[in-house]
Design a protein around this ligand. Structure first.
Ligand SMILES: C=CC1=C(C)c2cc3[nH]c(cc4nc(cc5[nH]c(cc1n2)c(C)c5CCC(=O)O)C(CCC(=O)O)=C4C)c(C)c3C=C
Ligand SMILES: [Fe+2]
Ligand SMILES: [Fe+2]
Length: 367
């Protein structure tokens, strides 16, 4: 068995293309215990996600977590599942289509595809397809504005593992994070202002709660930058909205297991705000650009209950950016900045290939 993939026959005059690969987390195929177990097994076996010692963690995962969590999580997925499927998948597909249309309308010749880190369509599968289609410049653009080793780095690891098997490598570029991109911040601010226009301007007893997906606190101590990037986004969003420091709160949700995660926790924050008789909270989740289980269930349903049960009066959830025009424009800007120098105006013949053809050096090559 050859170690590296066999390449299609060389066509010296074949056009080469530029592609953007949007990468998201992935989601179960169905809101059933079985499908959620398959998804969680792949997700939670990733050493970038759970850094506990392997043998110990695999015992806990197989002996406990995969026996109990899939059923509980499936009930939560059922509460948010749509006719078209999982919200995370639906929004990622729509973002892909919207970005493709925007670039087409702008006259750019760039392919846009998406892949999921867990489940389908997988990163290796989509990279192989793009390569077969002649894309030899591929920009990896994770749909995570803030960097985290548990999301961004594992997506890149997967792409690079695929690349390690390629004989003829495409050019690969990565977008690490974009927590302060002006277009991203402006789209978030516009979504809040539109929400205020619809539900009334906030009064005195008001808090804009900015909730991000947490990670174990130990990862901050060893150099993960999630915490700082979340705070940077929050400060810029508050500035764009002219909010005073006492009008907004940053917190972290989705804690998994019993170790300490980034604090303050969203659940405790909402309960404390309710108990302190803050009349109204609006919750926005700037770290998620597609509505998903963590926003539609954990915040919009559970978070609401927590706040109201603790004594709060009015709770609103502000939807993720999803396929808002201003967000798709921001994505296009982020991608264009990172594709700088790459041909994006039409199918190109590689100069080296043309040169090779001119000199007839490879004319005898069978492949
Ligand atoms: C076990 C540790 C986890 C880490 C670390 C983690 C980081 C992390 N996750 C997201 C984004 C999403 N996570 C989602 C679901 C989800 N996350 C974990 C665990 C960790 N995440 C689990 C077990 C689950 C599955 C659901 C459950 O059983 O609770 C989702 C939603 C997926 C969907 O299908 O809708 C997203 C999105 C980020 C951004 C992040 C690090 C910053
Ligand atoms: Fe998560
Ligand atoms: Fe959750």
């Amino acid at each position: 068995m050859p170690r590296y993939m066999t390449e299609p026959a060389v066509k010296h005059d074949a056009p080469s293309h530029t592609a953007i690969l949007l990468i998201n987390l992935g989601t179960p195929q169905a809101p059933t215990t079985k499908a959620v177990r398959v998804y969680l097994r792949e997700f939670l076996s990733d050493p970038r996600v759970v850094e506990t010692s392997r043998p110990l963690w695999l015992m806990i995962l197989n002996g406990l977590v995969l026996n109990y969590r899939p059923q509980r999580s499936a009930v939560k997925y059922q509460a948010i599942w749509t006719k078209e499927g999982s919200p995370l998948r639906v929004h990622t597909q729509r973002q892909t289509q919207a970005l493709q249309k925007l670039l087409d309308d702008a006259g750019m010749k760039v392919r846009v595809a998406h892949a999921m880190r867990y489940g389908q369509p997988s990163i290796p599968e989509v990279l192989s397809r793009l390569k077969e289609e002649g894309c030899n410049r591929i920009l990896l653009l994770p749909l995570y504005p803030q960097y985290s080793a548990s999301t961004t780095a594992t997506a890149f690891d997967t792409a690079f593992s695929w690349a390690q098997l390629c004989r003829s490598l495409p050019e690969l570029r990565t977008v690490r994070s974009y927590p302060d991109h002006p277009g991203y911040i402006a789209a978030l601010a516009a979504s809040v202002r539109e929400h205020w226009a619809k539900h009334g301007q906030p009064g005195d007893d008001y808090r804009l709660v900015m909730s991000y997906h947490g990670v174990p606190r130990s990862t901050l101590e060893v150099g993960d930058t999630t915490f700082c990037e979340c705070h940077k986004t929050s400060r810029l969003l508050a500035e764009a909205l002219d909010l005073r420091e006492d009008q907004y709160t940053v917190c972290f949700q989705s804690r998994f297991g019993s170790s300490a995660w980034l604090e303050p926790y969203t659940t405790e924050t909402l309960k404390a705000l309710g108990a302190a008789h803050v009349k109204r909270v609006d919750v926005i989740c700037p770290g998620f650009v597609s509505d998903c289980l963590e926003t539609l269930e954990e915040i919009a349903l559970e978070g609401r209950d927590d706040f109201l049960a603790a004594g709060g009066e009015e709770f609103h959830f502000i939807h993720c950016l999803n396929e808002r025009d201003d967000w798709v424009r921001a994505l296009a800007e982020i991608a264009t900045q990172h594709m700088s120098g790459w041909p994006t105006s039409g199918p190109q013949s590689s100069e080296e290939m043309a040169e090779c053809l001119r000199r007839a050096r490879c004319m005898g090559a069978k492949r």
